[in-house]
Design a protein around this ligand. Structure first.
Ligand code: ZN
Length: 527
């Protein structure tokens, strides 16, 4: 048999949790053709991999790369982590399905996390969205229909729950999206206009998810709990799954500075619900703090009407005063330490804390945040500072590993790759789990960890033919050195590529060679 490519002599992890075996992988076209002793076989190219581990390419269940992929389809920050498939459309926020004016409107609102897309892109359907990525970017892309887009299309930026015929129309849009290839439906913790939904609306939407065969990805709701069953959070997500019958997947669960070391409190309600038959999974990234867009700090009444109305209110001295009071009295973010990550018009402030920026401007942090939102026309990204106490960071690391040890858990990055000071997860999430945390804590085997990054997510999100090293599967592969693989990105210096991942193959094409991106754009819209 004549192969296009043979990866020879590596230690193979099949993705299903089996310990490594020494074997060769033979690839023809975009598929794995054979696994075993191929020393006598002929191939156009043979890559010797003695001492290295070969695994299925990592499937990242949570990223915000849809904008970054359009601007830089090579996508080195994801690819060089060994990620070969990314799910986008998370947290209820993305660009399809939207009419041209609503696409431009929502793109402005989401500019701090998704960047500026070409304004004339067709985002009118999930099929159109997928076509912008299919064979045009370096990684495979899967999509979740975002709740915010559906609401924007039907109701605009208005603070009402969907009901009646509008809700039925929302269900039809969602079902059609899944029929066109989306893997499910996503909602966000604190992002408008999706945040105006109540639990009843989400249950109805998720009935459509169940009927169409998708997964409901819930970023647990925070803050104003009046419209949420049980006050929001995991409790609401589980109730939606219970009442709709849809499988639920919780976005990036982890403990915080306040809950470090008490993972059981987070997972106990999940385990109770699972005992009662709720189908539930989750993902996690290995860092003690998050990253998001500053516009979500504004209360619901400020968000009514969308970007232009928000900017008008920010410019109005009276409204500005009450907003400042609101920001200063809030129980959670933003006046806790945040670092500004993305400010296209004030790049000199990227990487500085909000407190530093305020000091520089001789103003309060709340006032400065309002000014920056106005100057940047809402495009302000930030990173939450990690806990200052090392023991707390350690405790959260241990919680992350404990969560990933669950068979229903998966790894993710939550890539938000904008600005010069992004969250280090954008460059380091997978190698941080695989190298640094695995070797330091020794609580998870390599094969178990890899299963959480490959076969686990592929099965959950219906990615047929991906996530395993098996003949007939797509040749998405990552080669790494288990002894040296590690992240190097830090909160202080986040745009640093990992080490110990010399090769990445996407659909049979070499995408990373000797640690360098090859320029090949072999990613597909999946599944
Ligand atoms: Zn996210």
């Amino acid at each position: 048999m004549n192969f296009d490519l043979i990866l020879s002599g590596g230690q193979l992890l099949d993705g299903m949790g089996t310990p490594a075996v020494s074997a060769d992988v033979g690839i023809i076209g975009e598929k794995i053709e054979a696994i075993g002793d191929l020393s006598q076989a002929r191939a156009r190219r043979v890559i010797p991999l003695q001492g290295l581990t070969v695994a299925p390419g990592f499937i990242d269940t949570h990223t915000h790369s849809e904008g970054a992929l359009l601007h830089d389809p090579q996508h080195a920050c994801g690819l060089r982590q060994g990620i070969t498939t990314e799910i986008v459309g998370l947290d209820g926020m993305s660009w399809a399905p939207l009419s041209p004016p609503n696409f431009r409107l929502y793109a402005r609102y989401l500019g701090g996390i998704l960047g500026d897309p070409p304004p004339d892109l067709d985002m009118s359907s999930i099929a159109a969205f997928r076509a912008h990525y299919h064979r045009k970017v370096a990684v495979n892309v899967a999509y979740l229909v975002p709740h915010g887009a559906i609401r924007l299309e039907l109701l605009g930026f208005r603070g009402l729950p969907l009901r009646g015929e509008t809700l039925q129309a929302a269900r039809r849009i969602l079902r059609k999206g899944i029929e066109q290839g989306a893997v499910g439906f996503s909602t966000g913790a604190a992002y408008y206009p999706g945040y105006w939904a109540d639990t009843r609306e989400l249950v109805e939407m998720c009935r459509a998810v169940r009927e169409a065969g998708g997964v409901y990805v819930n970023e647990p709701r925070v803050g104003t709990p009046c419209r949420a069953f049980g006050g929001g959070g995991i409790t609401e997500g589980l109730e939606i799954a219970r009442r709709s019958g849809a499988p639920v997947h919780f976005a990036h669960l982890r403990t915080t500075e306040e809950t470090a070391g008490r993972l059981k409190e987070l997972t106990a309600p999940i385990d109770r619900a699972k005992d009662q038959g709720v189908d539930c999974t989750m993902d996690i990234y290995p860092y003690p703090s998050g990253s998001s867009i500053a516009v979500s700090f504004l209360p619901g009444e400020m968000q009514e009407g969308g970007p232009d109305a928000i900017l008008e209110r920010l410019a109005d001295p009276g409204q500005r005063d009450s907003l400042r009071d609101h920001l200063e009295s809030r129980l959670f973010a933003p006046l806790e330490p945040v670092t500004l990550s993305c400010l296209p018009r004030n790049p000199h402030l990227e990487g500085k804390s909000l407190a530093e920026a305020a000091l520089q401007r001789g103003d309060s942090p709340a006032q400065t945040l309002c000014d920056l939102l106005l100057e940047e026309e809402l495009k302000v990204g930030y990173v939450n500072a990690p806990p200052a106490i090392p023991a707390l960071r350690e405790a959260i690391d241990r919680d992350c590993l404990q969560l990933l040890a669950r068979p229903d858990a998966m790894a993710c990055s939550d890539i938000t790759p904008l600005g010069s000071a992004p969250h280090p997860r954008c460059y380091g999430a997978f190698p941080r789990f695989l190298g640094r945390l695995r070797r330091r804590h020794r609580t998870l085997s390599l094969e178990t960890m890899v299963q959480r990054m490959t076969d686990g997510p592929a099965r959950r999100f219906g990615m047929t033919g991906r996530g395993r090293l098996q003949p007939g599967y797509f040749a998405d592969l990552v080669v790494f050195d288990p002894d040296t693989v590690t992240d190097t990105a830090t909160y202080e210096d986040p745009r640093q590529f990992p080490e110990g991942i010399p090769w990445v193959v996407v659909n049979g094409q070499i995408a990373v060679e000797g640690g360098r991106c090859t320029g090949v754009l072999a990613g597909q819209a999946v599944p």
